[in-house]
Design a protein around this ligand. Structure first.
Ligand SMILES: [Zn+2]
Ligand SMILES: [Zn+2]
Length: 132
C-alpha cells in the first residue's frame, strides 16, 4: 500500500475510492475490487463478524450436503468397498460444502462491502406531494 502522505492523491487525483470520498493519484490508483486504506481497514475490522457467520453457516451446510449424499448413495453402501468409497465421498463433499459456504460468506460480504458507501449516502429527499 502506498504512502499516505502523497500530495498527488489530493492534488492530481485520477480516481476516487468507490466507498468514500478519498481520491487517488495515478500511481496509487486502486484496483477495481480494492478500496482505499481506510476502507480496507474497516473491512479488516469486520473479519471477526465474518468468521462468526462462517461458524454458523458452514457446519449445517456441510451436514446437509453430507447427509444428502449419504442418502443418495445408500444403495451402493451394501458392499464393503462401496461403503468405504461412499464414506470418503461423503466426507469430501461435506468438507467441500463447508468450504464453499465459507467462500460464499467471504464473497457476498465483500460484494456488499464494495457496494456500500461510508458517509457518502445521498441525503434523503422528501417527495413533493402531488399537486391537485
Ligand atoms: Zn498518490
Ligand atoms: Zn475509501
Amino acid at each position: 500500500m502506498g504512502s499516505r502522505a502523497c500530495t498527488d492523491c489530493t492534488t492530481a487525483p485520477v480516481m476516487k475510492c468507490g466507498r468514500c470520498t478519498t481520491t487517488r493519484c495515478k500511481r496509487h490508483a486502486l484496483a477495481d475490487n480494492r478500496r482505499c486504506d481506510r476502507c480496507e481497514r474497516d473491512w479488516q475490522e469486520e473479519a471477526p463478524t465474518r468468521r462468526a457467520a462462517k461458524v454458523i453457516f458452514a457446519p449445517p451446510i456441510a451436514i446437509l450436503a453430507g447427509g444428502l449424499l449419504f442418502g443418495l448413495l445408500l444403495p451402493v453402501s451394501f458392499s464393503a468397498i462401496g461403503a468405504a468409497i461412499m464414506c470418503a465421498l461423503v466426507c469430501g463433499i461435506a468438507v467441500g460444502a463447508g468450504a464453499g459456504a465459507c467462500r460464499l460468506v467471504d464473497h457476498s460480504s465483500r460484494v456488499m462491502f464494495l457496494r456500500e458507501r461510508a458517509g457518502g449516502l445521498p441525503a434523503a429527499r422528501l417527495l413533493s406531494a402531488p399537486k391537485r
